[in-house]
Design a protein around this ligand. Structure first.
Ligand code: ATP
Length: 583
C-alpha cells in the first residue's frame, strides 16, 4: 500500500466529526490492506510504530524534526521555527513549507518503507544517533508529498492525534472482516490478553476468527489488567458481589505491576502496559528468587514498605523511582516490596478462566513468601461486619482501603474489564457526599482577569465504554494552585487540536474555546451528580438531558491513566442513581 493512500485516509479521519464515519473509513482502509501491512496500518492509525508495550518509538523531539524538515526542504532552520510558531505543529509546517529542494524521486513511499524507516530511527543508539535519526527522517520527507510529510512528522514526534481509540479500531476490524461492528467481542478479548492490536488484525486477516480465538496468553506480552468497581456505601458490597463468600484483601497504594517470569528472565509491566522492568531491579530479584514455577504471570502492587517503622510510604514516594538514571541508587533508598494478588499463568497454562479461589491457591503454591514478596493479606467472610472490621484494621495499619473479590465459580480474571467481581473501598470514600472521578480533559476556556494568558477552566468528560466516546460531565476551574494554573497551556500544548474531536460529545452550551484530543486524565472531587441540559454524560436525546458533576474541584493529574481508563459514564449513572435512592 502506498503511504499516500494511508495519508489521505488520515486526512479524512481528521475531518470527520462522527465516530460511525470514522469506523466506516477505517473499515474500508483495512479491507484493502495486505497481511504484511495490516499490523503496521493499525499501529500508525493509533500514532505508534509497534504495540504500545514494546516501547519502540521513534523518539524524535521537535528540534530534531525541525532539523529534518529544514534539511529535506533545503531551507534554513530559522524559517522552519518561524513557521512552527505560526502554525503550532511541525506536521503542518512540513506540509505547507515551500520546498526549495527538488521534489523526491518518482518511486512513491510505501507503508512498509515508512515502517522500516521508523524502525531504523527507533533502533539508532549511541554517539551520533540523533543525527542519524534526523537524516533518516529527512530522507523520507524528501521522497514524500505534502500530505505524507504532515503525517510522517506527526508519527515521528508521537503527535498523530487522529482521535481513533483502540475500541474504534477493533469495531472497524469487525466491520471489515466479520461483517459488523457487533462482532467486536472476540477481537476485544484477543486484544485484552495480547495487548497487540496489530497481531489481532494480522491474525484475523490471515486465519480468520478461529485464528483470533486461538491467540494465546504469551510471556512478555502484557495482559490488560482487571479493574475494580466502586460503590458509594460499604453496605452495598455484599449484594453487589453476589457471592456467599467474599475475599477481602488489603488495598495497597503503590504501582500496579504485572510480572512475567520466564526462567530467569523477568519482565515487569505497569498498569498502562509499559515495560518498567528497569525501574524495579529489586522486584525482578524477588520474583526470580521466590516464584518456584518455571514460568508464571503474576498481578500485584509494588509498594514502598518501611520495614524499620513497619509502615507503607505513600504512592508519591514510590513514583520517585520513575526515572531513567540512578535507578539502582534510588531503588536502594526506597526498596520496593511486591504484594501479589493474582496469578494469570503458570508453566504454560493460562489461569484466566479459573475462579479466584483456584487462582489464589495456585499463587500460594508457587510463591515462597518473605518480607519482600508475598500474597496480599486477606480474610474470607460472608457478611458486612467481617468486611467492616477488616477495613478498619487496614486503615489502622496505614493502608488506603480494601478490595473485595468474588469467590463464586465464575470469578474469572476478566482482562481489561471493570466489573462487580472486584469492588474497592477506600478511606476517602468515607465522606458520603463526595465523589472523586477520573475524567478526561477535552477542552478549555480562555482565562480572564487574573487568569488572562492561561485557561480559566477545563472541560472534563467521562468515558462511555459501550459507544467508545467521551461525554462531558463538568467544566472545572477551582482547586488549582497558582502554579497548576500557570502550567495549564504547557500541559495541554501537544494535545490541542483545531476542531471538536470525533469521539467527544458536547452540547453547544458547553463548547469550549479550545479543543483537546482526549489524552490527559484528571482526578476531580465533586459534591453531587445532577441531571443537566448542558453536559452529555449518559445523554438522553429525547429529554435532552445528561448528567453533570456539581462543584468540581481539581485534586491531581492522573498521568499514569489512559483516557479509556477514566471513570465511565455507567459509573456516573450508578453514582447518580444511588444518591437519588437515598444514599
Ligand atoms: P483503577 O485502577 O480501578 O482504575 P485507580 O488507578 O484510581 O483505579 P484505585 O481506585 O486506587 O486506583 O484502585 C484500583 C487499584 O488498586 C488497582 O488497579 C491496583 O493497582 C490497586 N490495588 C491495590 N491492592 C489491590 C488488591 N489487593 N487487589 C486489586 N487491586 C489492588
Amino acid at each position: 500500500m502506498k503511504f499516500a493512500t494511508l495519508a489521505s485516509c488520515f486526512e479524512r479521519l481528521e475531518a470527520t466529526s462522527s465516530r460511525n464515519d470514522m469506523i466506516a473509513i477505517l473499515a474500508r482502509l483495512l479491507a484493502g490492506t495486505s497481511p504484511d501491512e495490516i499490523g503496521i496500518v493499525c499501529y500508525f492509525v493509533l500514532g505508534e510504530i509497534g504495540p504500545g508495550y514494546s516501547g519502540v518509538t521513534p523518539g524524535i523531539g521537535d528540534r530534531t524534526a525541525a532539523a529534518a524538515i529544514a534539511l529535506a526542504a533545503g531551507v534554513d532552520l530559522a524559517s522552519v521555527e518561524t513557521a512552527a510558531r505560526k502554525l503550532g505543529d511541525y506536521g503542518d509546517v512540513a506540509a505547507s513549507l515551500a520546498w526549495s529542494a527538488p521534489e523526491g524521486p518518482a518511486e512513491p513511499l510505501t507503508v512498509t518503507d515508512v515502517h522500516r524507516g521508523f524502525m531504523e530511527i527507533a533502533q539508532a543508539s549511541g554517539p551520533g544517533s540523533a543525527d542519524r535519526k534526523m537524516r533518516i527522517l529527512a530522507a523520507m520527507l524528501a521522497a514524500a508529498t505534502p500530505t505524507e510529510r504532515r503525517y510522517l512528522v506527526r508519527l515521528a514526534t508521537g503527535k498523530m492525534r487522529l482521535g481513533v481509540g483502540d475500541m474504534t479500531l477493533l469495531d472497524a476490524l469487525a466491520e471489515a472482516f466479520l461483517g459488523s461492528k457487533a462482532e467486536r467481542p472476540p477481537l476485544e478479548h484477543a486484544y485484552n490478553i495480547s495487548s497487540d492490536i496489530g497481531l489481532v488484525a494480522r491474525t484475523l486477516l490471515e486465519e480468520g476468527l478461529s485464528g483470533v480465538l486461538a491467540i494465546p496468553v504469551t510471556l512478555h506480552r502484557p495482559i490488560r489488567p482487571m479493574l475494580a468497581q466502586r460503590v458509594s456505601r460499604i453496605s452495598e458490597i455484599p449484594e453487589r458481589i453476589g457471592s456467599p463468600v467474599i475475599a477481602v484483601e488489603e488495598k495497597y497504594d503503590g504501582e500496579r505491576i504485572q510480572a512475567h517470569k520466564d526462567g530467569d528472565d523477568v519482565t515487569l509491566f505497569s498498569r498502562r502496559l509499559i515495560d518498567v522492568t528497569h525501574q524495579y531491579p529489586d522486584i525482578v530479584r524477588h520474583v526470580r528468587r521466590c516464584v518456584t514455577a518455571d514460568t508464571a504471570i503474576l498481578d500485584g502492587e509494588a509498594v514502598a514498605f518501611d520495614h524499620e517503622i513497619g509502615t507503607y510510604h505513600p504512592f508519591q514516594t514510590l513514583m520517585r523511582r520513575r526515572r531513567k538514571h540512578r535507578v539502582r541508587e534510588v531503588a536502594s533508598e526506597i526498596p520496593a516490596t511486591y504484594r501479589v494478588f493474582d496469578l494469570l499463568y503458570v508453566n504454560g497454562e493460562p489461569y484466566l478462566h479459573r475462579s479466584y479461589p483456584e487462582r489464589r491457591a495456585g499463587l500460594e503454591a508457587i510463591l515462597s513468601p518473605d518480607e519482600q514478596i508475598s500474597p496480599a493479606d486477606r480474610i474470607l467472610t460472608g457478611d458486612l461486619d467481617g468486611i467492616r472490621s477488616f477495613y478498619l484494621s487496614c486503615i489502622e495499619r496505614g493502608l488506603e482501603g480494601i478490595v473485595c473479590k468474588s469467590c463464586a465459580d465464575d470469578s474469572f480474571y476478566r482482562a481489561g474489564a471493570r466489573e462487580w467481581q472486584w469492588i474497592k473501598w477506600k478511606s476517602d470514600y468515607g465522606t458520603e457526599l463526595v465523589d472523586t472521578l477520573d475524567l478526561v480533559v477535552v477542552g478549555a476556556n480562555a482565562g480572564r482577569g487574573k487568569r488572562a494568558g492561561t485557561y480559566g477552566s477545563v472541560l472534563c468528560a467521562a468515558y462511555n465504554h459501550e459507544e467508545d466516546i467521551f461525554q462531558t460531565v463538568c467544566s472545572m476551574g477551582t482547586g488549582f494552585s497558582n502554579a497548576d494554573l500557570a502550567d495549564l497551556p504547557r500541559r495541554f500544548a501537544d494535545v490541542r487540536v483545531d476542531r471538536q474531536p470525533a469521539r467527544v460529545m458536547v452540547t453547544p452550551q458547553a463548547a469550549p474555546d479550545f479543543w483537546f484530543a482526549p489524552a490527559r486524565v484528571v482526578e476531580v472531587l465533586g459534591l453531587e451528580i445532577t441531571e443537566s441540559p448542558v453536559h452529555t454524560c449518559n445523554w438522553d436525546p429525547e429529554r435532552r438531558r445528561g448528567l453533570a458533576l456539581r462543584f468540581p474541584r481539581f485534586v491531581r493529574w492522573r498521568d499514569e491513566k489512559s483516557p479509556e481508563a477514566a471513570t465511565t459514564t455507567a459509573e456516573v449513572v450508578a453514582m447518580f442513581r444511588r444518591r437519588r435512592e437515598g444514599g
